[in-house]
Design a protein around this ligand. Structure first.
Ligand code: BGP
Length: 477
C-alpha cells in the first residue's frame, strides 16, 4: 500500500495568496491585487462590481499576504524539513511583465523566481509552476477587456516564452491555467472579465474560454519545443456532481452540471471540443470566434497530464424545491447539501471517497496521468501558549483523502504523478480573503487585517505529513 518510488509529495501555493510585496521591485497591478476583503469580494470576483484600482474604503489581503516574497528561504527550508519532493507555486504575471505585455521583462521579477527555484533544488524539491493562477494584469484589462479579446493569446504566449527561456534549466513541470473552469464561476478572478451593461454573459464567457484554451494549447506546444523534457498539464477545479436522488431527472442534472467543468478539460486533454459543447453554445445563442488555425492549435497542444484540485464533491437536484431548501455548498460552487456528509466551517462537505470517484472518472475520461495539485482542509487554528498548534481535524481530513487516493492508485490502477496539498503554508483564502481559513502545516502569525509578527510555526500536521512522506504514504497513523 505504497506509492510509486518517484511520487511527488508536496504542497501548493499561489503567488497572490502568499507572496505579498504587491508593488515592490517593479511589480505591476494584477486582478488579485484589487480584489478586496469583505462583502464586496464576491461581487468583484464575479465581475459584477468594477474595481480596477485600490481605494481607501477597502482592504486588500494580497498586498501583504504572508510575505513569502521576503520569507521564501525560510519557508522552503521548512518544506525541505517536511521532506517535500515537489512545491507547486505560481508566477505572478505582473512581477515579470508589469503591464502584462512589456517587451523587456522586469529583471527583479525574473531573479526572484530563479532564486526560489534554486532554493527548491537545494532540498531536492521539484518545482511545479502554474503560469496563471487567477492573475490577469490590470493593464491588459484596461487595454483589451481581459480574456474577452483575442489579443490576450499573444500576450500570454509572450509571457510564457519568457518563463520557458529563463527557467527551462530549473523547471520541468508546468500548468497553464489554474482551475480554468473557474472562469464560469468567478470571471473577474479567473479571467479578468467585467461585464458591460447589456452584454450577453454566455457570449463573453465562451469567447474568453476559447481564447484561454487556444492560448493554453499554444503554450503546451511551445513548451515542448523549447523544453523537450517538459511535462505540461491542465488544471480543473474538480469534484463530481452527485444526483440528490436516483430519479433520472436528478442524474441528468448532475451529468449536465459536470459538463460545465469538463467543457475545458475535454478540449485540453483531447485536442478538440466535444460535440455537445458545440450544441450547448448553439443553444445558448453563442457564436465564438474560432478559426481553422485555432482548431489546429488545439489538436497540437494536448496536455501531458491532467491536474486538479479536490476539496469536496458536489450534489444537485432537478427539483427546484430541493434546490431552494438545500442550496448551500461552498461560496464558489452553488450546490445542494448532501445529507450523508459532514462539512467544514465554511460549508465545504468532506468526502474522501469522492476523491477516489473523481480520480476514476477523470482517468477513464482522459487516459492521462493525473496529478492532485490541491486538496486540504480550511479551518481556524489555535496557537497554544508554548507555540504548538494542534490540528487533528486537518490530519484526519488529509489521512482519509490520502487513503482514498492510495486505493485509487493501488486498487484501481490509476497513474498518479503526485499530491501537493493546498496551502502547505497558511495563506490568504481565494474565495473569502480571510487568513483565519487556514490550510497549512506551517502556521503564519498574521490575521485577517494583515497584522501579526509573520513568524512561522510548525503545526502537529507538519510532523504527521513528514512521516507520511518519509514512509511514502505507508504510515498514515
Ligand atoms: C482553489 C484555488 C486556490 C485556493 C483553494 C482553496 O479554488 O485554486 O487558489 O485558494 O481553492 O479555496 P479558498 O481559499 O477559497 O478556501
Amino acid at each position: 500500500m505504497r506509492f510509486p518510488e518517484n511520487f511527488l509529495w508536496g504542497g501548493a501555493t499561489a503567488a497572490n495568496q502568499c507572496e505579498g510585496a504587491w508593488n515592490e521591485d517593479g511589480k505591476g497591478l494584477s486582478t488579485v491585487d484589487v480584489i478586496p476583503y469583505g462583502e464586496d469580494r464576491m461581487k468583484v470576483n464575479r465581475g459584477q462590481m468594477k474595481m480596477l484600482e485600490c481605494d481607501e474604503a477597502h482592504s486588500y489581503p494580497a498586498h501583504k499576504a504572508v510575505d513569502f516574497y521576503h520569507h521564501y528561504k525560510e519557508d522552503i527550508a521548512l518544506m525541505g524539513e517536511m521532506g517535500f519532493k515537489c512545491f507547486r507555486l505560481s508566477i505572478s504575471w505582473t512581477r515579470i511583465l508589469p503591464d502584462g505585455d512589456d517587451e523587456i521583462p522586469n529583471q527583479k521579477g525574473i531573479d526572484f523566481y530563479r532564486s526560489v527555484f534554486e532554493e527548491c533544488k537545494k532540498y531536492g524539491i521539484e518545482p511545479l509552476v502554474t503560469i496563471d493562477h487567477f492573475d490577469t494584469p490590470i493593464e491588459l484589462i484596461k487595454k483589451y477587456g481581459g480574456w474577452k479579446d483575442r489579443r490576450m493569446i499573444d500576450a500570454f504566449l509572450h509571457y510564457c516564452e519568457i518563463l520557458f527561456e529563463n527557467y527551462k534549466d530549473l523547471v520541468r513541470y508546468w500548468i497553464t491555467f489554474n482551475e480554468i473552469n473557474m472562469l464560469l464561476h468567478m470571471p473577474f478572478m479567473g479571467a479578468g472579465i467585467l461585464y458591460e451593461e447589456g452584454e450577453d454573459k454566455d457570449q463573453v464567457n465562451y469567447t474568453a474560454a476559447h481564447y484561454e484554451l487556444v492560448a493554453s494549447a499554444k503554450a503546451v506546444k511551445m513548451a515542448h519545443q523549447m523544453m523537450p523534457q517538459a511535462m505540461v498539464g491542465c488544471m480543473l477545479a474538480a469534484g463530481q456532481f452527485y444526483p440528490y436522488t436516483s430519479n433520472p431527472d436528478d442524474i441528468y442534472k448532475g451529468m449536465e452540471a459536470d459538463k460545465d467543468n469538463y467543457f475545458f478539460i475535454d478540449v485540453q486533454a483531447r485536442g478538440e471540443y466535444p460535440v455537445w459543447a458545440w450544441k450547448r453554445m448553439e443553444k445558448a445563442g453563442v457564436s465564438i470566434d474560432c478559426t481553422k488555425e485555432d482548431l489546429e492549435a488545439l489538436k497540437e497542444g494536448v496536455v501531458d497530464f491532467v491536474s486538479f484540485s479536490y476539496y469536496c464533491s458536489r450534489c444537485t437536484s432537478a427539483d427546484p424545491e430541493i434546490v431552494k431548501n438545500h442550496a448551500r455548498g461552498n461560496a464558489v460552487f452553488a450546490a445542494v447539501v448532501n445529507p450523508y456528509l459532514k462539512a467544514s466551517e465554511w460549508g465545504w462537505q468532506i468526502d474522501p471517497l469522492g476523491l477516489r470517484i473523481t480520480m476514476n472518472i477523470l482517468y477513464d475520461r482522459y487516459r492521462k496521468p493525473l496529478f492532485i495539485v490541491e486538496n486540504g482542509f480550511g479551518a481556524v487554528d489555535t496557537v497554544e501558549s508554548d507555540g504548538s498548534i494542534h490540528d487533528p481535524y486537518r490530519i484526519a481530513y488529509m489521512r482519509e483523502h490520502i487513503r482514498a487516493m492510495r486505493d485509487a492508485v493501488n486498487e484501481d490502477g490509476i497513474p498518479l504523478l503526485g499530491y501537493t496539498c493546498w496551502g502547505c503554508i497558511d495563506l490568504v483564502s481565494a474565495s473569502t480573503g480571510e487568513m483565519k481559513k487556514r490550510y497549512g502545516q506551517i502556521y503564519v502569525d498574521a490575521d485577517d487585517e494583515g497584522n501579526g509578527t509573520f513568524n512561522r510555526y510548525r503545526k502537529d500536521s507538519f510532523y504527521w505529513y513528514k512521516k507520511v512522506i518519509e514512509s511514502n504514504g505507508e504510515d498514515l497513523d
